[in-house]
Write a protein that binds this ligand. Sequence first.
Ligand SMILES: *[C@@H]1O[C@H](CO)[C@@H](O)[C@H](O)[C@H]1NC(C)=O
Length: 148
Amino acid sequence: MTGALLVSLVSCLIAVSQASIINRCDLARVLHKEDLDGFEGYSLNDWLCLAFVESNFNISKVNENADGSFDYGIFQINSHYWCNDYRSHSKNICHEDCQDLLSPSLLSSIICAKKIVSGAGGMKNWVAWRLHCAGRPLSYWMTGCFLG
Ligand SMILES: *[C@@H]1O[C@H](CO)[C@@H](O)[C@H](O)[C@H]1NC(C)=O
């Protein structure tokens, strides 16, 4: 009895922790649906690489920076500039509550990321994209993914 309960509890915890990770091709389909394919000259490969290097496809990732700001969600959007987390002063350029950037629908993250990419520097606003994705062959990110 206790053993069975423990097993179901553990598998439930595993299910919960895995729920925050979006499958690469599922992400590609969401991004495609939200018209990010070719957005501002960036391909789905760029977006997938960005999401991978920033969050490992973890929708609920939150990370604290050395300056006391936090990065939120699949694209690790920063609270000092882009969203408001009520912990410190924010420019809140995206007019978003940072918690909304953790939503499984990804819509708030996508809307804010579009705003960031549309501005000066494009995806170079993400240091990890510049270091690990820019100018590299990226076509393998879409391997095996069907958008339909
Ligand atoms: C996803 O991010 C959250 C918040 O940072 C973390 O607690 C969780 O362990 C991460 N999930 C995985 C599978 O790494």
